[in-house]
Design a binder for this molecule. Structure first.
Ligand code: PEP
Ligand code: MG
Length: 591
């Protein structure tokens, strides 16, 4: 890859701050694209040299994969070390390697080029075979080849295998398949060209409590491996080669934010209750077991959203019933008696398993995602339902169906749940027979028919990340339309209002677990609209709790009343800002 001339001049880039905090560190560039392969032709006397390079790269790649396996095996909740076995098998496949050597010799081409060509040929042949197992091998070959090519070429990493010290990760994009395997102790921050506040990269950054900026457009082209970088995740400012003055100024900002945050931590054991006694439940959104400590540390009252798909993405496969039962049991036990809401698989959209051919669609957010996929493959869905039931003996688990679009889906999911209960009863396996079931309301059709859906569930949880995208026709991960992504748009508020009203009419509790719940500017509005629960990233619990405790319910209700008459999202925000400025001005600074 051509290197740009190094410049020590500071370069300020502006993006969308999606996870708060100021941090300075060295850049670690991650590239997911297929690398351009230059200088493909070689002279005859270079053939042996190219073969040696290939063999060296095979050794190095094997070493990296074993390292990742070892690392994954030692981590609770992610497991998945065995997933990479298939990659090792490819590296040990002599027929594959000999084919590459033949290509180098026959076509007088370099190792990278030969490798790419052979892996593409293999891919085509295997993909044409109607056999799921062989089709899955295509992805393995592609992954391993990409890693091998990186090792042959040096430069940006596609795997983070070389990430041994803390760095700021810079990439064009970071799909959940990469972020799901990241460790907090190796990453200082994220900076990406693409993305938006509700993309799963952003959600993951907040869960890891790592400052992050997305939508920087071309940071991955401008930064180089090892460059010093400063990021302010609150303001969305990134500086490459910051000056001493800039470092000093941002250092002070970080210090003052830390002081406010430390003050908020003292609220850990307090309730989320307004000054005049209206209490709501404040829960945490969690993606894996590693985050449980943070749930307790920040004083959440339980888990309002366990994104069960993250465990699948981290291991890049569908987990079997035993693996899932183990995962959910650990989760339930770690938090009991506090409630834990397990959302059934929400694969699709921007959360894909690298190997699942069935989710490769032109419009994944409008496609066979989430509950639709679960209902299409009831045998897999039942595995998950059985596992949740088997882990429910402590009676603190609840089940939540994502992406409900109509009554039929809830009814069918409940039917399958009833089948699972009947099976477990026959097998004499204990479970919580009255386990509560809820529906995520994140599609306008569900919000508009919440009255009907309410008859089939015990609670609603508003998934506003998707509700906003589907109501406003704004892709939640596309930074080019991020300016249109308005959680306070009157249409969105109206759907939230209807859902809460329908839920309450049917004596359901209504929560909200989208990212807007974590914005203290909006906490008072949602409170005033009548939500019973808010579920946010663990680190956001203290600030949201403070916002609840600083206001009276009647002030919040008055804000909601006015907001529902506003003609634009901006107008609504202005009213929210006015109230928070009056009752808790320093929270504005933190935000
Ligand atoms: C949502 O859509 O608001 C939500 C919480 O679910 P996810 O972000 O995982 O789609
Ligand atoms: Mg959603």
């Amino acid at each position: 890859m051509p290197r740009k001339k190094k410049t020590a001049e500071p370069l300020v880039l502006e993006g969308i701050g999606v996870s708060p905090g100021v941090v300075t560190g060295h850049a670690y560039l991650v590239s997911l694209e297929t690398l351009p392969i230059s200088g493909a032709s070689i002279a005859e006397d270079q053939v042996e040299h190219e073969i040696c390079r290939l063999e060296d790269a095979l050794v190095e790649t094997r070493r990296q994969i074993r390292g990742i396996q070892k690392d994954l095996a030692g981590r609770a909740g992610t497991g998945g070390a065995s997933v990479l076995d298939a990659h090792l098998l490819v590296l040990d496949d002599r027929a594959f390697i000999e084919e590459i050597i033949l290509e180098i010799r026959g076509k007088l081409t370099n190792a990278e080029n030969a490798l790419r060509d052979v892996s593409e040929q293999y891919g085509k042949v295997l993909f044409s075979v109607r056999d799921d197992y062989l089709r899955e091998r295509v992805a393995d070959i592609k992954d391993v080849s990409r890693r091998l090519i990186r090792n042959l070429m040096g430069g940006a990493d596609s795997t983070m295998a070389g990430l041994t010290r803390k760095h700021i990760i810079v990439a064009q994009d970071l799909p959940p398949s990469i972020t799901a395997t990241l460790r907090r102790d190796s990453v200082l921050g994220f900076a990406t060209d693409l993305g938006s506040p509700t993309s799963h990269t952003a959600v993951m950054a907040r869960a890891l409590e790592i400052p992050a900026i997305v939508g920087l457009r071309d940071v991955s082209q401008r930064a180089r491996m090892g460059d010093e970088i400063l990021i302010d995740g609150n303001k969305g400012i990134l500086i490459i080669h910051p000056t001493a003055r800039q470092l000093d100024r941002y250092g002070k900002v970080a210090d003052s934010r830390r002081m406010i945050e430390r003050g908020l931590e003292s609220l850990r054991d307090e309730r989320a209750e307004t000054r005049d006694g209206r209490r709501i439940v404040l829960s945490a959104n969690v993606g894996n077991l590693d985050e449980i400590a943070a749930v307790k540390e920040h004083g959440a009252e339980g888990v309002g959203l366990f994104r069960s798909e993250y465990a699948f993405i981290a291991r890049d496969k569908l987990l079997n019933e035993e693996e899932q039962t183990e995962l959910y049991t650990q989760l339930a036990s770690a938090l009991a008696p506090a409630p834990v809401i397990i959302r059934t698989l929400d694969i699709g959209g921007d959360k894909l398993l690298a190997h699942d051919g069935f989710t490769q669609e032109a419009n994944p957010f409008l496609g066979c995602r989430s509950i639709r996929l679960s209902l299409l493959y009831p045998e897999h869905f039942k595995v998950q339902l059985r596992a949740i039931l088997r882990a429910s003996a402590r009676k603190n688990l609840k089940i939540m169906y994502p992406m409900i679009g109509n009554l039929g889906e809830v009814a069918r999911a409940n039917e399958l749940l009833a089948e699972c209960k009947a099976e477990l009863t026959r097998e004499r396996t204990p479970f919580h027979a009255d386990i509560e079931v809820g529906a995520m309301i994140e599609i306008p059709s569900a919000a508009l028919t919440a009255n009907m859906i309410a008859e089939h569930v015990k609670f609603f949880s508003l998934g506003t990340n998707d509700l906003v995208q589907y109501t406003l026709a704004v892709d939640r991960v596309n930074e080019r339309v991020a300016y249109l992504y308005e959680p306070t748009h009157p249409a969105v508020l109206e759907l939230i209002r209807r859902t809460i009203e329908a839920g309450h009419r049917h004596k359901l509790w209504v929560g909200l677990c989208g990212e807007m719940a974590a914005d203290p500017m909006l906490t008072m509005l949602l409170l005033g609209m009548g939500v019973d629960e808010l579920s946010v990233a663990p680190a956001a619990v203290p600030i949201v709790k403070d916002a609840v405790r600083r206001v009276t319910y009647s002030e919040a209700q008055e804000l909601a009343r006015i907001a529902l008459t506003c003609r634009s999202g901006v107008e609504v925000l202005a009213h929210c800002r006015r109230l928070i400025k009056k009752v808790a001005p320093e929270l504005l600074e933190l935000n």
